[in-house]
Each structure stands twice: as structure tokens, then as C-alpha cells.
Design a protein around this ligand. Structure first.
Ligand SMILES: C[S@@+](CC[C@H](N)C(=O)[O-])C[C@H]1O[C@@H](n2cnc3c(N)ncnc32)[C@H](O)[C@@H]1O
Length: 416
């Protein structure tokens, strides 16, 4: 098969624009997840059941996790149906696993937080949102306190960040709250804070505002490649009758691609960042995400790539387990974010680590401010540790892009 020319920048430019994914209803009953539960274990059947003789003998238990470990059986069925004509690219598999209109992982609320599969910064404590609000107000002041001043938040989830930002703004007496309009874009299980406009694209650009994206880009489906002697071969996914299996796809030509191991290409990073920048005539875009500039992302030693699953707070390396019940994520190419912003006429700052950014904004002072309330003091102290943990949320990268805003935005001054 001749190699397919896959110039990353071209696919990124022509790839998906940030578009909403039609809101579906998550209609699978909990009962489906009970597959594999032990007979007789339910409190509703208290009477002893007859133990078949064979169970009394030395016989290994059947520990095959079966379809329960494979994932949501109805989603598995839907994905297998898509494979009627053969294997599908990994990107399509990931898209279905996360965003299938009915059974995709993100269609259901409650995925984020201690009762879900992973935590994000807004779920730790409102302190994170208060810091973001302070950053936005600083930009608003530098712009001469325009009204209206719009905050767009794509991928707002259930609105934890929006709530914290608006609560913080309500405590100001300088006109910031009155100027503020908060627009959230969330196609899956959105929140319902009435102070927020829950909008669907296409959105109208604004004269003055900010876009805040927290862990948006790392939730986009990625193309997965495996380096071979002939060049990077795209990973496709098929079904062998019992489980999903990887099938080698066509060879692609990708500039500067790693020559060993696996790596991902996120075709939505560049066009999504471009469309977010194009929403703002004067103002900024602030992105928080796991990732690196391209040379770090595709470093020769990173042979397994960055694709990961999260299931009940446990990282997994197998995207074909718990399908529709585990988060799938891949690190973001910050060089693409920066290139998209620059091409839109923005000046780029960072990326810096979230740990450095939050310290530079003065987050520890919020812990000190709760000194009179011992319980809240310790809650905030713990939250500060989590938000700035160099092995956890603190290693998230933060990138700012500004247009027509004087000076360096807060949190990006070197040595501060
Ligand atoms: C990892 S979650 C982060 C949620 C939230 N920002 C937080 O930090 O808790 C990613 C979110 O991005 C949303 N998302 C994915 N694709 C999107 C798109 N094209 N437009 C808007 N939101 C999207 C998902 O539905 C999900 O809520």
C-alpha cells in the first residue's frame, strides 16, 4: 500500500472545527452493569440456595471478567456494528467510546470527582476558580474595564469552574460582576447554573473577553500511530469475536514523527484553538491541559505515547477495557496550541506548570485567609497541595494567548 501523506499541520488546519456533539441521552439502566454479579448475593433473596455439588469440589473459579470488564455491552455492540466493513481507525473508536450519542462515556454526568473516575482542578476546591477569576479580572482591568466582558468556557462540564468564577465576581464592588457575561459550551451532561448561558456553537465573536479551557483538548479523540521501519503506521481497531484487537493500518508520512514506539496526533487541537481565538477581538485565551511542546511530547524516550485510561481513579493502559465506562485521554501538543494562537494574531505566553502559575497568582494567600476557620483552613491547605502537586494536577501546563492586552498576563512573568 503506498504511504498516505499526512502532513500534521494540514490535517490540523482542515480537520474538525470545534463543533458541538449532539446531546444524547444516557439511557442504559444500571442493571446492565450488574452482569457478572454473584447469584444469591442480593439481600432480596435471603434464602439459602442449594449449592450444586460441583462447587464443593476442587475446581477453579471462573474468573473470566467477561463483558462487564469489556465495558458497557450496548456500546460494545454499537462499536462492533460500525466494524461491519472492517476495522476502524483508533480515533473513531475513541470518539465512540467517549461521545457515542447514547452510550459514550461523557454522556453521563458524575464522571469527574471523588465518586467518578478522575478529578480536575475545579472539582478539588473553588479556590482554583477564584484564581482564574482573579486572572480574568486583571485582564479586564488592563483592557480598560470594558462592558460587556465575556468569559467563554468550552468543555465546562457541570459548571464547577463557572460557579466559582461567578461567586468570586459577586464579591467584587468594582463593576467586574456587572460587566461579566459567562457563556459555557458543553454538549455532554451540562450544568444548570442560571447565571450561565449554556450555548451551542456557532458562537458570535465578542469585542472583549476571555476563553478558559480546562482539560478540554486532552479529551479530544486522537489518531494513534506506531513507528515502523517504513514509517508511522496508523493503528486501527477490529473485533475478534470476543474482544477489540489492534490491526495495523496504512503507513503515513508525518514530519518529525518519532522513529520508535507509539505516538498520537490530535487533529482537533489546531482548528479548535483557532476557532476559540477567533471568538475574541480583544482579550485572551487561557488553556490548562496535560501536555508538552512537540519535542517533549514526541521525545525519543516516550516510546509508549501518552494515551491513557482512567477508571475509578486508577490509570489504565488498555483502552479496550471498560469501554464507555473509563475516560480516555492523550496529552496535548502545546506547539500546535501556540501556532494556532499566533496565526490568529495573538501573543503567546508559556506554557508554564500549573504549580508555578497558581503560586505566582498568590494561591497560598487563600489558605492563610481562612486561618480563623480551622476546618476550612485545613481543607484549603490540602486543596493547595493537590492543585500544585508536581506529580499530579500541578504538572498540568498553562498557556495564555492575548490580543491587544498591554503587558505580560499574571502568572507568566519570569521569576515570579
Ligand atoms: C476532561 S473533561 C473536563 C471538564 C471540565 N472542564 C473540568 O475541568 O472539570 C472534558 C470536557 O470537554 C467536553 N468536550 C469534549 N468535546 C467538546 C467540544 N467539541 N465542545 C465542547 N466541549 C467538549 C466533554 O464533554 C467534557 O465535559
Amino acid at each position: 500500500m503506498p504511504p498516505i501523506r499526512t502532513d500534521v499541520r494540514t490535517i490540523l488546519r482542515n480537520g474538525l472545527a470545534l463543533h458541538p456533539i449532539a446531546t444524547g441521552t444516557w439511557a442504559v439502566s444500571r442493571a446492565l452493569h450488574a452482569i457478572g454479579s454473584r447469584p444469591g448475593s442480593s439481600q432480596s433473596h435471603p434464602q439459602a440456595f442449594e449449592v450444586p455439588v460441583r462447587y464443593t469440589q476442587h475446581m477453579p473459579l471462573d474468573l473470566d471478567p467477561g463483558s462487564a470488564a469489556l465495558g458497557n455491552p450496548r456500546l460494545v455492540q454499537a462499536i462492533v456494528a460500525e466494524m461491519a466493513d472492517g476495522p476502524i481507525p483508533f480515533q473513531r473508536f475513541m470518539e465512540l467510546a467517549l461521545y457515542h450519542p447514547e452510550f459514550g462515556y461523557y454522556r453521563k454526568a458524575g464522571r469527574i470527582g471523588t465518586a467518578g473516575d478522575f478529578v480536575t482542578s475545579p472539582a478539588i476546591h473553588p479556590m482554583f476558580g477564584w484564581a482564574v477569576a482573579g486572572w480574568c479580572r486583571d485582564l479586564w482591568k488592563r483592557l480598560g474595564e470594558p462592558a460587556p466582558f465575556t468569559i467563554f468556557e468550552p468543555g465546562a462540564g457541570q459548571g464547577a469552574l463557572a460557579r466559582a468564577v461567578l461567586d468570586w465576581a459577586e464579591g467584587r464592588t468594582d463593576g467586574f460582576r456587572q460587566a461579566l457575561r459567562y457563556v459555557a459550551i458543553e454538549p455532554n451532561a451540562p450544568g444548570d447554573d442560571p447565571r450561565v448561558e449554556w450555548a451551542d456553537p456557532p458562537l458570535k465573536p465578542v469585542a472583549h473577553g476571555v476563553v478558559i479551557a480546562n482539560e478540554l483538548f486532552d479529551a479530544f479523540p486522537v489518531r494513534l500511530f506506531e513507528a515502523t521501519e517504513r514509517g508511522p503506521r496508523e493503528v486501527h481497531v477490529g473485533w475478534d469475536g470476543q474482544r477489540f484487537v489492534e490491526i495495523p493500518g496504512p503507513v503515513a508520512i508525518i514530519d518529525d514523527a518519532p522513529s520508535e514506539g507509539r505516538f498520537e496526533v490530535n487533529p482537533s487541537t489546531y482548528p479548535a484553538m483557532s476557532s476559540l481565538c477567533s471568538l475574541i477581538e480583544h482579550g485572551g485565551v487561557l488553556v490548562f491541559d496535560y501536555g508538552y511542546p512537540q519535542d517533549g511530547l514526541w521525545a525519543p524516550w516516550r516510546v509508549n505515547g501518552t494515551l491513557m485510561g482512567f477508571y475509578r481513579h486508577t490509570p489504565t493502559e488498555d483502552p479496550y477495557q471498560h469501554v464507555g465506562e473509563q475516560d480516555l485521554t492523550a496529552h496535548v501538543n502545546f506547539s500546535e496550541l501556540a501556532a494556532a494562537a499566533e496565526d490568529e494574531g495573538f501573543t503567546v505566553f508559556g506554557p508554564v506548570k500549573q504549580m508555578e502559575f497558581l503560586y505566582a497568582l498568590g494561591l497560598p494567600s487563600l489558605v492563610g485567609a481562612a486561618r480563623d476557620d480551622v476546618q476550612e483552613f485545613f481543607i484549603r491547605r490540602r486543596a493547595l497541595e493537590q492543585l500544585t502537586d508536581g506529580a499530579g494536577l500541578g504538572r498540568i501546563r498553562v498557556l495564555a494567548a492575548t490580543k491587544d492586552v498591554p503587558g505580560t498576563p499574571a502568572g507568566f512573568l519570569e521569576g515570579v
